[in-house]
Design a protein around this ligand. Structure first.
Ligand code: DX5
Ligand code: ZN
Length: 218
């Protein structure tokens, strides 16, 4: 199975997001990754449902909202109404993970959980049937352009093995510091969706990286 690429718009030109979506789409992007930050769970503030709704008209690709917000359960409806197909919440940000995941699915979207670098995969143990995606963070959330934390590779392997042994179709997304150099090791560890922001929008030959990754395995 080919690995999917989800460009993170966080490193795109925010004054022309629709054009940036078109550009990654033409270069083979599979999903569009939206980094939602609230100035609370992380210090930065990015975009909300109003902007997401406007972007929805510009692509048919799956839109994946990575909510780096406190009490994400309060914002699920506004993002699914804005048209996102998948909502990922940070495990650390919600007190009632099981309920939050059910709420995402009830709102008609796929459900994902993101794990900060220091959060063990054990938090997933009792919610596997509710998970369409696990997002393993390979940087601490809050900004694009940070360096991949190599100690996360064994964690990716652990989560991949858990998905395999349970025979689940859960996607394993890796986000943070992904680039041309480390992508092969991340794929080898078992990732099925790679998020990349600065390596696509700010690096030389960034657009080519999309097909280098998702065109590799056929
Ligand atoms: C980090 C975000 C990531 C990040 C990806 O808080 O969740 O999506 O912006 O950007 P790069 O690929 O530049 O690390
Ligand atoms: Zn993200």
């Amino acid at each position: 199975m080919a690995v999917k690429v989800a460009p993170s718009l966080l490193s795109a030109d925010f004054s022309r997001l629709a054009d940036e979506i078109k550009r990654v789409e033409e270069n083979g992007a599979d999903w569009i990754h939206l980094d939602i930050m609230d100035g609370n769970f992380v210090p930065a503030i990015t975009i909300g449902p109003v902007v997401v709704k406007a972007l929805r008209r510009h692509t048919k690709l799956l839109m994946d909202a990575h909510l780096m917000v406190g009490e994400p359960e309060e914002h699920i409806g506004s993002f699914t109404e804005a048209g996102v197909n998948l909502v990922t919440v940070q495990a650390e940000a919600t007190a009632h993970l099981d309920r939050t995941l059910r709420k995402i699915r009830e709102s008609g979207a796929k459900a994902g959980v993101a794990l900060n670098p220091a959060t063990p995969p054990a938090v997933l143990e009792y919610v596997w049937p509710l998970l369409d995606l696990v997002l393993v963070m390979s940087v601490n959330p809050g900004a694009g352009g940070q360096e991949f934390i190599p100690a996360i590779l064994p964690k990716i392997r652990t989560v991949a093995e858990q998905i395999r042994s349970r025979k689940l179709a859960t996607e394993l997304q890796v986000d943070g510091g992904v680039n041309r150099e480390n992508a092969p090791a991340i794929i080898e560890a078992g990732a099925t969706v790679l998020v990349a922001g600065s390596a696509i929008f700010k690096a030389e030959n960034g657009m080519a990286l999309i097909r280098e990754i998702n065109g590799a395995g056929g």
